[in-house]
Design a binder for this molecule. Structure first.
Ligand code: SF4
Length: 215
């Protein structure tokens, strides 16, 4: 059975076309998110930044990316109240047609909660929509109704309550991602991020599937 990756849902929520291009061409770029994840996981496992750097170097070998992330990374001591249980947990559900690797499960006041990592939080809102659907998807996989998002460069931990509304959004996105996986090309968006997008050139020249206008 074709399962949808949680990261695909999150990418679709950011830009549907970006998902199409990532599935089609792949994207091997190593970003500060990779480095921030190594720094976070090392700290939570009781190691220091030297260990995080060594892990990053062995896995990705891009020291400048690591050094940049290291300067921006903030560890909020509130995290110490959330006892880590497991890291990088593979989860999947055939029923939900969903799979993913969760950054961390923590124990807080007797409850096991999923925690996902991101870089910067939005102005005004608690979390970005792409982070909301990501944590919701992991909550659905773990059958819990609360999750956490840690913004590594702001040092802020956000608690998210999951209701029927968020679950509905994830289910809708699963269906849409499955369509894209079958070759459906979403509409081009006009967004500020387009100017920095890795796929800008190919995106400008790629027509969308006609039916995408009606989604
Ligand atoms: S250029 Fe814009 S619309 Fe196209 S994939 Fe990138 S972000 Fe999406």
């Amino acid at each position: 059975m074709d399962l949808v990756n949680v990261s695909d849902i999150s990418t679709y929520a950011f830009c549907p076309r970006l998902l199409y291009f990532r599935l089609r061409f792949g994207e091997d770029r190593i970003t500060e998110m990779h480095a921030a994840r190594e720094i976070y996981l090392s700290r939570r496992k009781g190691f220091d930044n030297d260990w995080a750097f060594e892990r990053f170097k062995q896995l990705y070998d891009e020291p400048e990316v690591f050094n940049k992330a290291c300067k921006n990374f903030k560890y909020n001591l509130i995290l110490d109240e959330f006892q880590p249980i497991e890291w990088e947990i593979k989860l999947e559900s055939n029923k939900l047609r969903l799979k993913g690797v969760l950054d961390e499960i923590v124990l807080f006041r007797g409850k096991k909660l999923p925690l996902t990592l991101a870089l910067r939080k939005p102005d005004g809102d608690k979390v970005w929509f792409r982070d909301l659907v990501k944590i919701t998807a992991f909550c659905m996989l773990l059958e819990v109704n609360e999750g956490l998002v840690y913004y590594c460069f702001d040092g802020e931990l956000e608690k998210v309550e999951i209701t029927r509304r968020e679950k509905y959004q994830v289910l809708r996105l699963i269906e849409r991602v499955l369509k894209v996986k079958k070759g459906f090309v979403p509409e081009k968006q006009k967004r500020r991020v387009c100017s920095k997008c890795w796929y800008l050139e190919v995106c400008n020249s790629k027509p969308s599937t006609f039916a995408s206008k009606f989604l």
